[in-house]
Design a protein around this ligand. Sequence first.
Ligand code: WTA
Length: 664
Amino acid sequence: MPARNISIPNQPSNVTNQTITSVSREHRKFRPSAEFQRQANLGSYAAYKRLYAESVNTPNKFWGRQAKELLTWQKPFKKVLDWKLPHAKWFLGGQLNVAANCLDRHLGTARENKAAIIFEGEPGDVRTITYKQLHREVCQFANALTALGLAKGDRAAIYLPMVPEAAVAMLACARLGVIHTVIFGGFSSEAIKDRVNDCQAKLVITADGGWRRGKIIDLKTNVDRALAGTPTVEHVVVLKRTGQPVAFSEGRDRWWHDLVAGVSAEHKAKGHDSEHPLFILYTSGSTGKPKGVLHTSAGYLLGTTITTKYVFDLKETDIYFCTADIGWITGHSYVVYGPLANGATVLMYEGAPNHPEPDRFWDIIDRHGVTIFYTAPTAIRAFMRWGDDYVKKHSLKSLRLLGSVGEPINPEAWMWYHTLIGKKRCPIVDTWWQTETGAIMVTPLPGVTATTPGSCTLPFFGVVPKILDEQGKEVPRGGGGKLFLKNPWPSMLRTLWGDDERYKKQYWSELPGYYFAGDGARFDEDGYLWVVGRIDDVLNVSGHRIGTAEVESALVSHPSVAEAAVVGRPDELKGQALVVFVTLKNGFAASPQHKEELRAHVAKEIGSLARPDDVRFAAALPKTRSGKIMRRILKEIAAGGTVKGDTTTLEDFNVVAALQSQEE
Ligand code: WTA
């Protein structure tokens, strides 16, 4: 990877200067209340320090003990870690079943008849599913998948709305050792096709549709379009959710309810090797097609289980609501695997936060008595914009803990969350992690850490974050650099599906021996970590990673586009907005209609989350003499500023002048 000049601002870019100064002057700290501390799973800084020291000084001892205490094994492991950089194998010789850890082990205990999932559909339908019932459904679906010909090691794609069957499908796959790949319901047919083909899925599990903002998302139609180009798919299982008519392909398609009708709900969970692949989740990279991040069984389960226990301070009586879709890593780790392994009650909501009114979440929290609420800064900024009145109509008195994930949270949003939602009573855990890390890596512990708005604070057990400069030297506290992680951890990705070279290059070659997170960050004077965002060409739009390369290749797939460059522009609501610069082929004219056509084209190719906010036509794009597009310059133009900094490597300054004059 080429060395890049990086300059890291002191705070997230969407923080105003005034807030920066006041934060750094005040060092505002919010300590957990004595009351919270008393009841916390970990209630003192001394205890955290002791465990943390053990986890980094004698990691094998620490993780070996946690794995024995927190997981149920069918065959005990012999060796905690086999680390041949950059490949880790955890808990070798051991066998367990991830689904049995999430379900079977709660049977015969007081949890058996406890709600595993409280589901609320967007139209208002509510279902409560106990652990016993969820176990039954998973066993039955696992038997049905076996009858369809699915076997251990096969891949199955899941393209479902946020309904309990999404968890059932994931757990049934996990039970059988079938590797699932969940595709976010907002992705397009093209995206489904690419992912299905990349992992050669044999099965697609989908629904007729799902509800979103009062409308139906036609999931089955998208699958049908995708499957015109996916030779490996043998069957499609279709859940009836919305009931609208859908096309059915004879022989290939089966209704979920028909498939399970009369099928036994008895299923013995076999143990799978610790390193058996659990799932592939595609995420954006800085170049080329999405990366198939591979997670395996025992290490991933341990990482999600232990973080759920300590970061969310989970108790038997909690009702835990994470707003992430199942299609993202947060939905995998903190809607399904982590909470269920801990025997939690998970609240799952299908639809939009502002349907029918912008107070849907607060209404849900009050009606169901939600105690823990985990969401993203982009959502918090939307709530702020919709107005405090929607919040004030509700008591929110059941809440005791709040969480944030997906992007840096600006202190202003943090304070709003703290005051309006947490009523100054609930600790906030700002959790930094990635699809690749599998589980939360840097975070406050709610009964331990004094929080500072905007900082994700301190490393979780076993995590050794480093801020390093271009030479690999540690940057002193207060200075910005690239964020690396030093040691392997149980829930780390194992490779990229089918592309181990890319795995090595992407994560382990920036600085040999260190995992490169792709983020810029700094430690403050107190040793708290501040992540400021991506430093590669990955954008973070509404808390979702979007690779510039993906959007660019979608654009050039349009017959009129000769060349395209995509950059992010700071956006108050979404974190970053997508601005695309496009040069057209001869014979095509720039027009407002054409802009709309290109925006729609990207939405069709990738999904509406990647729809560009702004399309700018250019006669040429600024390039270096070696022909690389200078995104830094485009970024400055997109943000409406003047082009500063070094332009000596530019091939032709006139190009920049032309782009800027277009601005005025
Ligand atoms: C960003 C989501 C600051 C970061 C779990 C990271 C954050 C990327 C935070 C991963 C946070 C996530 N503070 N930045 N608390 N959480 N990020 O793979 O840039 O969708 O590298 O995983 O989101 O996004 P991903």
